[in-house]
Design a protein around this ligand. Structure first.
Ligand code: 5GP
Ligand code: ZN
Length: 114
């Protein structure tokens, strides 16, 4: 756990997060400023800054969680699609330096396909 990391604090339960799923090495919780209802973040439990810092087996587990949850989030929100993305590094828009995958439910006509 890294000090002053908001996502480490959510993973540890130190601050409340709306957790929707958990595996041995990954946690999914709702984004505090969602781009759409159901916007979910999937994070490794350990603090890793960038995706390339995550050991291969944990990265595989992270992707397994994304694989499962993308369908679950789409179903739960009755959405038409899901945008799945990582802002990997500051210049790419990463604001929280604990790597995470965004799952954003998308709806026909919401502009995601244009
Ligand atoms: P980034 O720009 O790093 O890819 O995305 C960071 C995401 O974390 C943003 O979508 C932002 O809304 C979300 N976020 C920032 N602070 C918090 C927080 O304290 N709790 C939760 N659940 N999400 C947060
Ligand atoms: Zn962290």
């Amino acid at each position: 756990m890294a000090e002053d990391c908001i996502f480490c604090s959510i993973v540890s339960g130190e601050i409340p997060g709306r957790i929707v799923a958990e595996t041995d090495h990954a946690v999914a919780f709702l984004d505090a400023n969602p781009l759409a209802p159901g916007h979910t973040l999937v994070v490794p439990k350990q603090h890793y800054g960038r995706l390339s810092d995550v050991p291969g087996d944990e990265a595989a587990e992270l992707f397994d969680a994304v694989h499962e949850l993308s369908a679950a989030v789409e179903d739960a929100l009755d959405a038409d699609a899901v945008s799945i993305g990582i802002n990997d590094g500051e210049a790419a828009g990463q604001e929280i330096p604990h790597t995470h995958v965004h799952l954003v439910p998308r709806f026909d006509g919401d502009g995601g396909g244009s």
